[in-house]
Design a protein around this ligand. Sequence first.
Ligand code: UDX
Ligand code: ADP
Length: 458
Amino acid sequence: MTHNKNILCIGAGYVGGPTMAMIAHQCPEYRITVVDINARRIDQWNSDTLPIYEPGLEELIRATRGKNLFFSTDIAGGIRENDMIFVSVNTPTKSFGEGAGMAADLQFWEATARQILQYSESPKIVIEKSTLPVKTALAMERILNGTGNDVRFDVLSNPEFMAEGSAIQDLKQPDRVLVGSRENERGLVARRALVDIYLHWVPADKIITSNIWSSELSKLVSNAFLAQRISSINAISALCEATEANVDEVARAVGMDSRIGSKFLRASVGFGGSCFKKDILNLVYLCRNYGLDTVADYWEGVIRINDDQMARFTRTMLKAMFNTLAGKKICLLGFAFKANTGDTRESPAIYIAKNLMAEKAVVVISDPQALRNAAVDLQDAQGQVSYIEDPYAAAAGCHAIAVMTEWDLYRKLDFEKIYKIMLKPAFIFDGRNILDHQRCFDIGFNVYPIGSPPLTRF
Ligand code: UDX
Ligand code: ADP
């Protein structure tokens, strides 16, 4: 079959893979190729065991792979043969030099820009999908158009707003699609070409356009606002614990104000994921760069509260368990940074596990999807940690359970059975407030929720 548009995506990760699968599914007349420097990742995309877990993804891949969706390591060929190139390579926080721990590490992104320049023989529309600091598109334009070679490049910003665990649903019915471009004639033509792709399945009124810098900044700001809501409710959870108010009741009352809204007000052990911390640090770095220190301090506070929430959680465990965790066996239910994903990047569970091990506790980790990643995250902790998928087997012989991820299966566990196989006094620390606390208390547990008084027997 001949395809009437050839699209390339560089970077076959959590963003590139699902996004391209959705475009391939919605636009059967287009040919989509996804390339990556990581050959193992590409092999996994071409196998029955995909490199990431995402509900609905397997079905999408099965319906499109080999028809109009292809995974390959041939980056040069991909660049030559395609006229639209999405860039979704990773942009982690810099760990060295100027801006270490704050600024985005743009080395993968710039390497990609240079590869595009090297292999292009015809005009290309280059689309930033990775989250990048504001004005990165300008640098991309400079690299691509600054060499005097005849090929013309138009750079667009099209940030991805999907969340892991609901990526396929978010891609299918996005709240909005944002396309930023230069506002000159060429920019508007390129913008139109990208909008045409989304019009295959997204209603026109949900596709918004802006100048390129607004688009880049909107992505950082969306994530900063979302994280800020979580830090706001988590800060209040600390106050609730001190005053015997109940954070879920407060969140409900506050969230029913339609100006505030009820979403993203679930108090927790802390937010994780590859985006929130990285994007806020990026925003903070940008503000400092422009001399806006008060603004930078304000946003940095969102991260400070999150760090404090995680530290508070382990402090609560330590205090509740008679100020010593040495030699005690603690089961972490969940290791993914949220439910319905195997992703553990920046997961609070990493921090909690390390804190508990620093107190010489023995940690047993259970998770239906994230054990492979957990073992990589905790590879330095051999001996003090074990991995058991079955939650009952994981809890057996433990002094305490700490819920780290809001997997549905944990709500439905038989806690009477678990109580019987644990050491007494048995503790539950519910870092996601998903369990029936009163019932667990009635069974015999000492229960420590987030943001409400503990239910204890002493
Ligand atoms: C986020 C944004 O939601 C998404 O738009 C963007 O494209 C990428 O970053 P993601 O990190 O995948 O998505 O998941 P999200 O659902 O936002 O959750 C992030 C973290 O916040 C998780 O650890 C989650 O458990 C936590 N969270 C979320 C809370 O603690 N409380 C809440 O009320 C909501
Ligand atoms: P995200 O969550 O943003 O999708 P991931 O880390 O899951 O981030 O995916 C980014 C992907 O980009 C990785 O698979 C990585 O191997 C790939 N990548 C990084 N640099 C390049 C490059 N220069 N060319 C091709 N792929 C790259």
